[in-house]
Structure formats: structure tokens, C-alpha cells
Design a protein around this ligand. Sequence first.
Ligand code: ZN
Length: 88
Amino acid sequence: MEFKKCERCGCFYLSDNSVCENCIPKDNKEINQLKNFFEASNEIDSINSICINTGISEKNINRYLQNPEFSKFANNISNNNIGNITLG
Ligand SMILES: [Zn+2]
């Protein structure tokens, strides 16, 4: 356990999670949304399109894609798209 800053709301908390306790349900909800979106979509061309279709912020999508469970989907999203998004 370490002292961390919540990735969602910025508050400090003590936990192994990447977000605080208040934000865990929000994360879980969005992760489910993301799963459903990946299952329903044959082709995902960019993080931006995930953002538009799910309403999840790009920042959070990027964070969820670090999750090993999403790694195969993250690999499908071409590197150039991820690069473009970083550049805005
Ligand atoms: Zn939080």
C-alpha cells in the first residue's frame, strides 16, 4: 500500500488501486462500458472514436488500456492513432 493521488478526482488516498474509493465504482462502470464497446465493435480505429462512442474521456481510456485485460484491443488500435491523440 502506498499513498497515491487519485487519477480521476485528484484526492489523496491510501490504496493499491489507481483511483480512490469514491472513484472505483465510476472506473468499474466505464471499464464495463469499454468491454461492451470492444465486444460490439469489429474495428476500432482510434481512441478518439472510443471516446465519442462511450463518452469516456481519452485520459481514462488510455488508463484502462494499460490494463492487461485490454492489451489485445490496445494492440489493435494502431500506433499512429495513439500518437495523433497525444499530439491533439
Ligand atoms: Zn477519486
